[in-house]
Write a protein that binds this ligand. Structure first.
Ligand SMILES: Cc1cc2nc3c(=O)[nH]c(=O)nc-3n(C[C@H](O)[C@H](O)[C@H](O)COP(=O)(O)OP(=O)(O)OC[C@H]3O[C@@H](n4cnc5c(N)ncnc54)[C@H](O)[C@@H]3O)c2cc1C
Length: 385
């Protein structure tokens, strides 16, 4: 398949693949087993300028966009999606700055995020507010010189490891979603601490943690955008990041497909490699076709974003939904092709199947995103009429 990548994009993809194979492959099973945050790999990614890819040059980046970011996430996920998501979550944490930050905020934070010196994270979800993000309860009360945050965020990727957090909180409780605002909170802010560290089914090398704010003072210069636009900003940031979850899913599916083909070539039953059985061949053919289709949709959505398009909710949602459903199917079929050993931790497809599940759940569950796609379709029909 020809993906029409530029020379620079090909170089980024190759470099990410090399890091994944040389540095991540030897440790992925151990980090997953120990549920250990991959600091050494984060350092390798930083040393290879991977955190710079989607940050503008004036802030220490390489000036790429959504597609470049997706290429890195895809290649890392092909080997370990838990490590890939730790990398991707830092990008998500920096999006508020990139899209809505002041010049001063960008200069203060982006160079450190670009160099990989400091990781970022994005904190929206709460115990009462998952799919219904408008139900958040964390408050930000205006005081002299800033705001006082109170509340608890749940399931935050890079929680406890990141240094810079984009936190969505209510500056006007009575207005609900229209009263939400975004804040940059540093790890050492007084009144900011970390709660429960989750024990997960998959992506176990990543950290998923509660953020606890108890009378946490945030200076007014750390508000991103204006008061009251936090919710709409969040919806737009998630539109930007969803192709990245799609890329995570594509990488996972690609890794599972390759493992399944290799195994089917080697495994002998009834005197022949199982790849000579038509039932297995058709499974592999379907897996390969679906992975290519998902990849093309993810790249197309990323290119739409990079073209400067204003509304890409539908494209981003389609890419995320299709790629994550593909990853779930392909990793499940890979386990099937491995047979009994596929169910054992000695082989990588068991982890891939566990890792795939989350791509259907986070950054908008696939049910909620199907609603979003349908909403856009209904709007279009109304326009035609
Ligand atoms: C490992 C992990 C990492 C995460 N990282 C982050 C992070 O970094 N930052 C962050 O802010 N959040 C993060 N999240 C939160 C994640 O985005 C939410 O879990 C997700 O949006 C779903 O919300 P929920 O878990 O509350 O499920 P619920 O909203 O309770 O949904 C439960 C079920 O109901 C369905 N459902 C709910 N509403 C509707 C509807 N209107 N129509 C159709 N179906 C519906 C859902 O699809 C789902 O199947 C993370 C979660 C996990 C598990």
């Amino acid at each position: 398949m020809e993906y029409l990548l530029t020379e620079q994009q090909k170089t980024i993809k190759q470099l990410a693949r090399r890091i994944a194979e040389e540095r991540i492959l030897p440790v992925r099973a151990e980090l997953d087993e120990k549920e250990e945050f991959p600091w050494a790999i984060m350092k390798d990614l930083a040393d290879s300028d991977m955190f710079r890819v989607a940050i503008p040059e004036e802030y220490g980046g390489l000036g790429g966009g959504c597609l470049e970011l997706c290429l890195v996430v895809e290649e890392l996920s092909r080997v370990c999606s838990g490590i890939a998501v730790s990398y991707a979550a830092s990008a998500l944490g920096s999006f508020s700055l990139l899209k809505y930050g002041t010049e001063e905020q960008k200069r203060r934070y982006l160079p450190d995020i670009a160099s990989g010196k400091r990781l970022a994270a994005f904190a929206l979800t709460e115990a009462t507010a998952g799919s219904d993000a408008s139900a958040i309860r964390t408050t930000a009360e205006r005081v002299e010189g800033g705001y006082i945050l109170n509340g608890t965020k749940q399931f935050i990727t890079n929680g406890g490891e990141a240094e810079i957090y984009t936190v969505i909180a209510l500056t006007a409780k009575e207005k609900g979603a229209r009263g939400a605002s975004a804040f940059l909170v540093e790890k050492d802010a007084p009144g900011f601490s970390f709660g429960k560290k989750e024990k997960k089914m998959g992506i176990r090398a990543s950290s998923t943690r509660e953020l606890v704010f108890r009378n946490c003072f945030v200076p007014e210069e750390n508000m991103v955008g204006r008061e009251g636009v936090g919710f709409i900003m969040t919806m737009k940031l998630l539109d930007n990041s969803r192709p990245g979850v799609g890329a995570q899913a594509v990488g996972l599916a690609q890794g599972a497909l390759e493992a399944a083909v290799d195994y089917a070539r080697e495994r002998i039953q009834f005197g022949h490699p199982i790849i000579s059985i038509q039932a297995v061949q058709h499974m592999l053919a379907n897996m390969a076709t679906e992975v290519e289709a998902a990849r093309l949709l993810v790249y197309a959505a990323a290119r739409t974003i990079d073209s400067g398009a204003k509304n890409f909710t539908e494209e981003a949602a389609m890419a995320k939904v299709f790629a994550s459903d593909t990853a779930m199917r392909v990793t499940t079929d890979a386990v099937q092709i491995f047979g009994g050993v596929g169910y054992m931790r000695d082989y990588p497809v068991e982890k891939m199947m566990r890792d795939a599940k989350i791509t259907q759940i986070y950054e908008g569950s696939n049910q909620v995103l199907r609603d979003a796609i349908a909403f856009e379709l209904r709007k279009r029909k109304a326009k035609r009429e």
